[in-house]
Design a protein around this ligand. Structure first.
Ligand SMILES: [Zn+2]
Length: 196
């Protein structure tokens, strides 16, 4: 997806050439590494950039709020995580817009990618939970002779075919077909109620 590529570009976009860095040292006091990565001094980058080594640009970037456009509870749970000591959060909106627009902004932690991964994991979990059908639903799927599915449209199509096939008119008033149709109707209404 284009969105993902954009994020990856952003992630590595902050690395600058040695010539551009003019072989300046990392600005972290006492650090002897080259300042190969730049990080904006202010939120809008108008005050220029710090130059840091990878380790220290990471440290510096930790102070920014990467989660401004996350759903609130997601951001909150992440920020409460003891693993990351975010020192500072910025107001919503402006900072994020600037980051996205500024391809030179560094994201060496790959938080943008991490976020996409978390989102995907959440979706997968939702799907998994949906597949945990009740015994009654499992019986209903068996009665309809179809693999369990959340696809209500497919289910309806399948149901309509069964109705046609087992309708008494199509079976010369066969009593067994009528019973079968009753069970099919019952099973479908169970699934229709549970899955919609
Ligand atoms: Zn450094």
């Amino acid at each position: 997806m284009a969105r993902t590529q954009q994020k990856r570009r952003t992630r590595y976009g902050g690395r600058i050439h040695f010539e551009e860095a003019n072989a300046r040292p990392c600005e972290k006091a006492g650090c002897l590494e080259l300042g190969e990565f730049r990080a904006p001094k202010s939120r809008d980058g108008a005050d220029g950039y710090h130059l840091f080594c990878l380790e220290h640009v990471r440290e510096y970037n930790k102070s920014y709020n990467y989660f401004a456009d996350m759903p609130e509870e997601e951001a909150a749970s992440f920020q409460h995580s003891a693993a990351y000591g975010h020192r500072q959060t910025w107001p919503m909106g402006h900072r994020t817009a600037t980051m996205r627009a500024d391809a030179s902004f560094t994201d060496p932690f790959g938080f943008a990618d991490e976020r996409a991964e978390r989102q995907a994991a959440k979706e997968a979990e939702k799907q998994r939970q949906r597949r945990q059908y009740t015994p009654e639903q499992r019986d209903a799927f068996r009665t309809l002779d179809i693999d369990p599915t959340d696809d209500l449209h497919a289910l309806k199509r399948h149901y309509k075919q069964l109705v046609k096939r087992f309708h008494p008119d199509a079976n010369g008033g066969d009593r067994r077909a009528e019973d079968r149709l009753k069970n099919i109707n019952q099973a479908f209404s169970v699934l229709n109620a549970g899955l919609s």
